[in-house]
Design a protein around this ligand. Sequence first.
Ligand code: CTP
Length: 399
Amino acid sequence: MKNAKIVLGVSASIAAYKAVELVRLLVKEGAEVRVAMSANTGQFVTPLTFEALSGHPVYHTLFDSQNSAEMEHIRVAENADLLVVAPATASMLGKMAHGLADDALSCLHLAFKGPVLVAPAMNEGMWGHLAVKENIALLKSRGVEFVDPESGELACRVIGPGRLADTAVILDKIRSYFNQRNDLTGIRFLITAGPTHEAIDPVRYLSNPSSGKMGYAVAEQVEARGGEVVLISGPTYLKPPSGVEFKSCKRADEMNALVQEHLENCDVLVMSAAVGDFAAEKLEKEKIKKQGDEGLVLKLVPTIDILLEVAKRNSGKLVVGFAAESQNLLESALEKLKKKNLDLIVANDISAPGIGFQSDSNQVTIIDREENMEHLPLKPKREIADLLLDRILARLKRP
Ligand code: CTP
């Protein structure tokens, strides 16, 4: 787990002492571990214990002037690959499910956009309570993963389910996340990327500055996570990721034909291509010559809208669109989500400096069909791809 950045959230259970061992083992395997504690965890284990083992300050209070000044929880949350909450008490599960943020750990959880793994520990009566079950179901529906507790003698001397899973089992689950996160196995993705070129004459075309990096990053991450990819790409300078079935095209109508051909055999369509909206009405066979000082009037006609064609087919596939906007970002993205009948839309503001088309990073908002909006901080496109795939997977798993 070299270089894996893990936040271990420890809540106030008698099993908190097992988290001490977990930190030791994770550090031994090369992970960089930061510990966050809930308000009462200090009753069981001191922050100093975790600090000594992790080699980093422990985030355990909301109202420490130094931590608040640095917005510590946001910073810790932004840099981590995975949040593991172990042990997670019934109370912590409730806070996580309902978005409460009244201590260091629950605050950090809300600020964290990446994958979350939870190992609950509680009394067997609490574990069986409908409120806890419903909170767990809610968290699972958002893609949170669980390592269920074991049965055995509990701290309250009762025998039953509720004991924190064995440290080795939790460690294994964390290892599998970093080593072979094959969570997209068997899922077939159809991904479009890059710009389109609409020729005007043999040497000129209409296009846009899309680099294709976002779509290629999604394709790479699907591959890395065990999924299957058909990547349909407009002209780019990028190397097709290994393992994908690659189809190249130039014009919007060529891209449309490829999308419609492959749609049936996919589960998810990710339309990240910046498809040109207009093409020249007439393609000149010969190069257009300058006519003295006279300008050139070109008549443009709309290209085919690929996503609208997909919507017409009522294919039942999970469809993700992108919206690159220079004004009214969220309103325009929402409009497109509805008009194009999308499950998710990824919106980004192309007028903001340092993000978007050519850059390696992006700052996006993911909006779902239910109009929930998730504003992601500036991140490398690879990380955005992973977060998007987490959201897609959570939707696919929904009953
Ligand atoms: N798209 C498409 N076919 C087109 C144009 C766009 O399928 N001819 C897809 C893009 O791949 C993207 C989404 O639609 O996923 C939004 O693209 P955009 O061009 O921004 O949307 P438009 O509906 O064309 O709106 P406008 O250009 O007016 O902003």
